[in-house]
Design a protein around this ligand. Sequence first.
Ligand SMILES: NC(=O)c1ccc[n+]([C@@H]2O[C@H](COP(=O)([O-])OP(=O)(O)OC[C@H]3O[C@@H](n4cnc5c(N)ncnc54)[C@H](OP(=O)(O)O)[C@@H]3O)[C@@H](O)[C@H]2O)c1
Length: 334
Amino acid sequence: MKAILYTSPGDPSVLRVGDAPTPMPRPGEIRLRIRATALNRADCSQRRGHYPPPPGASEILGLECAGEVETVGEGVARWRVGDRAMALLAGGGYAEYAVVPEGHAMPIPDGLSFEEAAAIPEAFLTASQALFALGGLQPDGVALVHAGASGVGTAAVQLARWQGARVFATASAGKHALVEALGATRAIDYRTEDFAAVVQAETDGHGADVIVDPIGASYAIRNLSSIAVDGRWIVLATMGGAVVDGLDLRRMMARRATLTASTLRNRSDAYKTTLVRRFAAECLPSFVQPGGHGEVPRLLRPVIDAVVGWDEVADAHRRMEANQTAGKIVMRVG
Ligand SMILES: NC(=O)c1ccc[n+]([C@@H]2O[C@H](COP(=O)([O-])OP(=O)(O)OC[C@H]3O[C@@H](n4cnc5c(N)ncnc54)[C@H](OP(=O)(O)O)[C@@H]3O)[C@@H](O)[C@H]2O)c1
């Protein structure tokens, strides 16, 4: 099969289309003919040699895809050849074919294209895990979503609002219109505003019940000033640094705050299967008809910055690393 490969880690110019063995499905797995994949920051880290795939996963980049079921492995019950499916992958999305445990794939809702579907799994599953499974966000809660216009952020803002919660989202100013259109109560320009002061003022001192945080160190002290009593602070990445100076644990105790750090990629197959099943049952119907618990029922949608071809992958990586994207870059495969 054709795939996007690189021989040694480096800048985006190392990426090129080449030949790779077509993966074979094992019992319980399906093989997808991929029509579209979507880019993630993790792809850039892996390309630079900093984020190796978990043991047993494909070395090829790509954490999600959409396409058709091409082969079903022994014992697969839920899928038939020809079904339209989108899947969470531990690797291998930048290729014509990928194999995946049957429980990590979801049916593509009628009316969604392969390009739209490819932008759903990694962002929405990460966001739903952070907000609901780890954060326990309630319909009357308050969420603070950092990097609100990122792939994960655009999903988290929508899901929090879909749940009925109030949502504050940090983003650079040029991305505020998007974030507010997705349902944020208030977008916060982290370059000119103190997000902790805004959240405290707008919630009458309650603070954020759940903080979705891919930034890390540079926001840590202000997160503690933003968090509600019994709040959950979910760290997903360290785009703003990993080592926190001056973190006062007494302030965490005073708020009875819970700090959880999580990565989805290295979770067990069983964990991912449960996450996918719950998301498919509870959230997927809202991609085609308004749902959720909010006063205004909301439609969920993947936010797509651009759809590119294989030959544009290096530029797409550059734009993502330069923080020039809002939502997801989708790549057509083949
Ligand atoms: N733990 C997990 O399970 C998991 C799963 C998926 C993704 N992630 C991680 O989550 C992060 C977001 O991923 P993504 O693919 O959604 O990203 P993305 O779409 O590339 O968006 C990232 C955005 O974050 C903002 N940003 C970057 N550096 C920043 C900084 N130092 N301070 C403040 N804002 C900053 C920029 O937007 P502005 O213009 O607003 O600055 C940038 O466009 C990545 O680090 C990724 O690896 C973790």
